[in-house]
Design a binder for this molecule. Structure first.
Ligand code: ZN
Length: 186
C-alpha cells in the first residue's frame, strides 16, 4: 500500500456491498500507519485511485492524536477504540467565522498550506461497529461536536472524502520562521 497523488474523486458512502473492500483496506491502512507515526489520519481516497470509500482512519500510533483523544474523555475513548470514522458528514457549524490554520497533507509531501477552517463543528458518522459489529449496517450514526484541532482534522479528512485537497482550497505558504505548535500531517 502507498499514498497516491491527490485526486478529486468524491468518495462513495460505505454500504453493505462495500464492507469487504472497506475491511481489507482499513487493515492495510492501519498497518501502513504503524510505520508512519508522524501522520495524524488517512482518508481512503489517499490510497486508491478507483472510486474511494467514505471513511478515514485515525493514526493511533501518533502520540498527539492519542493525547488529544484522551483529553476528550468518553468521546475520545470511543474514537481511539474505533480507529475508523465511516460516512462522516458535517451537519452543524457552530460559528460562521472561520480561522486560519496551517496544514500539511501526507498526499502532498513537504508543502504547507494556509486554510480557513470552522472553529467548531458537529459531525455525524458511524464507528467501527458499523463495519465489524454484530448488527453491522443497522447501527445508528453517532453525533459529536469538535472544536480546535479535532475540528480542523475532521474538516481536512471530510474534504478528502469530498474529493477536495488542501492544494485546492488552501494557499501554499512557506513556514520558514513560523513557529508551529506541532507538525500537522493529515
Ligand atoms: Zn490530507
Amino acid at each position: 500500500m502507498k499514498i497516491i497523488q491527490p485526486h478529486n474523486i468524491a468518495s462513495k458512502f460505505v454500504e453493505k456491498e462495500d464492507f469487504e473492500r472497506a475491511k481489507n483496506d482499513y487493515l492495510s491502512m492501519v498497518e501502513y500507519l504503524s510505520s508512519r507515526p508522524e501522520i495524524y489520519a488517512l482518508a481512503h481516497s489517499q490510497i486508491t485511485d478507483c472510486v474511494p470509500l467514505r471513511f478515514f482512519v485515525f493514526n493511533v500510533y501518533n502520540k498527539f492524536i492519542y493525547d488529544m483523544c484522551h483529553c476528550l474523555g468518553n468521546q475520545g475513548t470511543l474514537l481511539i477504540n474505533s480507529g475508523i470514522i465511516i460516512n462522516p458528514e458535517i451537519h452543524f457549524i457552530h460559528e460562521k467565522n472561520k480561522i486560519r490554520n496551517i496544514e500539511s497533507c501526507a498526499s502532498i509531501p513537504e508543502k504547507n498550506f494556509l486554510i480557513h477552517r470552522h472553529k467548531k463543528i458537529g459531525v455525524k458518522f458511524h464507528d467501527s461497529d458499523y463495519l465489524f459489529g454484530a448488527l453491522q449496517e443497522k447501527t445508528r450514526k453517532l453525533s459529536m461536536t469538535f472544536s480546535g484541532f479535532m475540528a480542523y482534522l475532521f474538516q481536512h479528512e471530510i474534504d478528502h472524502t469530498n474529493g477536495i485537497n488542501i492544494c485546492d482550497n488552501g494557499e501554499e505558504i512557506s513556514t520558514i520562521g513560523i513557529q508551529r505548535v506541532h507538525d500537522a500531517n493529515y
